[in-house]
Ligand binder design. Structure first.
Ligand code: C2O
Ligand code: CU
Ligand code: CU
Length: 412
């Protein structure tokens, strides 16, 4: 923790919040908040996150999407015992991006995330600032997730019944309304659910996608639908200046409304969405190709990677520091029709193709989590350079990863 470091002190503790009107809901939160505090970092300036575990169980913190030394990555076996304080140091060497932080303690991450151990971590930099995208109060992170809330207000967690979580929450609130001015806004959308795939549309107006998991796209893309599987982020700009004051614009999922935007006032708007955002570098030449198969094993009721469940003492892939690899990842669960996705720690990758078809522009930028529908194969390419050590890779449906669908690579 040096002078050029920002210090955040965050207790992890139980708390009670009101999610549905009149009902008290026990949660577990960073700082006791159901959605943890948003941490804003500057590229090139480190952040020290001092975490005190005030729970009765181990927890830890993983910076999802972060280029982080292994000792600070929140390895599943590297947890913080109850009563202990641990400081994570994040170097913030990567460009501007919408990251998030969450619990990753072995076998417990699904329940911990479900009960509230999730929050945003935004990295900002000068290149992004120079674009003059909507900023400040017009730049809003929105954590989307679902929940099953019992009649007594409790968050009901059944890891085998992920389909039965009917309440959709945006920043912890069921179908909230946000008053907006008639101007452009930037929204950073994160799916922090365990199971639900969001397919988001606007009932009027236009979404312009500007970013994906690991930063801005090379150019803005008008989109009619945003698909988010668990762990993924998409950034969009919506211009409410195209709507008369008094209009309500609704962001809806296939399940119904998610957020309403009430255009309540006029405004001056000096923000822009330039035709060119942040260019993507040319893809380096890969030297290794790996095959990864994701499948459910009904005989063991386990989720597996290449036929194996997670073993923290095993290294599943050894990667040479400084090299570029292609990972070819297949979802074999056609018989059960199970969706998976694929997440690599440490790196941002690029999606090369999905069943041989090049990605849509919205998926062609920096990614760390990619959807793989049943029967599909994706090829992603990543460069592993800088940090050595052991890192996890897994399906980011946390109920799958906590039941075995996780493995690790070691950069040597
Ligand atoms: Cu969101 Cu292993 O991470
Ligand atoms: Cu991660
Ligand atoms: Cu999965």
């Amino acid at each position: 923790v040096g002078a050029t470091s920002d210090l955040y002190q965050i207790p992890v503790r139980a708390a009670t919040v009101e999610i549905l009107p009149g009902l008290a809901t026990p949660v577990v939160g960073y700082n006791g908040q159901f959605v943890g505090p948003t941490i804003k970092a500057r590229k090139g300036r480190s952040v020290a996150l001092q975490v005190t575990n005030q729970l009765t169980k181990p927890t830890n913190v993983h910076l999802h999407g972060g280029f982080t030394p292994a000792a600070h990555d929140g390895h599943p076996m590297d947890s913080i015992a109850p009563g202990v304080t641990r400081t994570y140091a994040y170097p913030n060497l990567q460009h501007a991006a919408t990251l998030w932080y969450h619990d990753h303690s072995h076998h417990a991450e699904a329940e911990h995330i479900y009960r509230g151990l999730h929050g945003f971590y935004l990295i900002e930099d000068d290149a992004e600032k120079a674009l003059r995208l909507p900023s400040g109060q017009y730049d809003i992170p929105i954590l989307l997730r679902d929940a099953l809330i019992g009649a007594d207000g409790s968050l009901v967690f059944d890891p085998t019944d992920g389909e039965n979580r009917p309440t959709i929450l945006a920043n912890g609130k069921p179908q909230p309304y946000l008053r907006v001015a008639a101007r452009r806004y930037r929204f950073r959308l994160l799916n922090a659910s365990l199971h639900r795939i969001f397919r988001l549309r606007l009932d009027r107006g236009q979404m312009i996608q500007i970013g994906s998991d690991g930063g801005l796209l090379p150019a803005p893309v008008p989109v009619s639908e945003v698909k988010l599987t668990p762990g993924e982020r998409v950034e969009v700009v919506i211009d409410f200046g195209t709507q008369p004051v008094g209009t309500r614009v609704v962001l809806e999922n296939t399940s119904g409304p998610v957020i309403g935007f009430d255009v309540t006032s006029t405004a001056t708007d000096d923000s822009r969405v330039p035709d060119q955002l942040i260019p993507l570098p040319a893809l380096p030449t890969p030297t290794v190709t790996r095959d990864v198969a994701l499948s459910f094993d009904p005989s063991k009721l386990a989720f597996t990677i290449n036929g194996k469940t997670y073993d923290a003492t095993r290294v599943d892939a050894q990667v040479v520091n400084g090299t570029t690899e292609i990972w070819r990842v297949t979802n074999r669960d056609t018989a059960f029709g199970i969706d998976h996705n694929f997440h690599l720690h440490l790196v941002q990758f690029r999606l090369l193709d999905r069943d041989g078809v090049p990605p849509t522009p919205g998926e062609a930028g920096w990614k760390d989590t990619v959807h793989i529908p049943p029967g599909s194969t994706v090829r992603v390419q990543a460069t592993f350079a800088g940090f050595t050590g052991k890192y996890a890779f897994h399906c980011h449906f946390p109920e799958h990863s906590s039941f075995g669908m996780m493995a690790q690579f070691e950069v040597v």
